[in-house]
Ligand binder design. Structure first.
Ligand code: DQA
Length: 145
């Protein structure tokens, strides 16, 4: 059974109460519940981890690199400046799907660039919580090609 690492970065623990116009009304636990349902339909195992700390996210990428076959990550604002997250993802050489709930290309100028995207296999933006489900589906079908 494939195992997928699902990472969420800073402030995504506040989903549901944080800026619902951009991020929707579902809490992160509810989004993860939906992912677990989809994962069991697809027959894959998930490891979900959220941190507000860049280094903890990097430690998780490192520690799961041999036990997971792919990564889904919403880096939050780290997407816009963390070359360390980018390098960690590149170093482990697993297929990565980057997710953003909001359409970062249609918001503030500083949000429109992601330094993580160049090392992502796919990027899903502006699809709300469904973006995570889509990310899981495309990643699993890619792993099974
Ligand atoms: C986000 C977009 C980022 O710009 C922001 O800092 C977030 C959430 C999104 O999911 O749309 O924390 O990654």
């Amino acid at each position: 059974m494939e195992r997928i690492l699902v990472l969420n970065g800073p402030n995504l623990n506040l989903l549901g109460e944080r800026d619902p116009a951009h991020y929707g009304t579902k809490a992160l636990d509810e989004i993860n519940e939906g992912l677990f349902v989809k994962a069991s339909e697809l027959g894959v195992e998930l490891v979900c981890f959220q941190s507000n700390h860049e280094g903890y996210l990097i430690d998780k990428i490192h520690s799961e690199r041999k036990s997971c076959q792919g990564i889904i990550i919403n880096p939050g604002a780290l997407a816009h400046y963390s070359y360390a997250i980018r390098d960690a993802l590149e170093a482990v050489a697993l297929p990565v799907v980057e997710v953003h709930l909001s359409d970062i290309t249609r918001r503030e100028e500083w949000r429109s660039e992601s330094v993580v995207s160049p090392v992502a296999w796919r990027v899903v933006i502006g699809r709300g919580w469904m973006g995570y489900i889509e990310a899981l589906e495309v990643l699993v079908s890619h792993l099974r090609e």
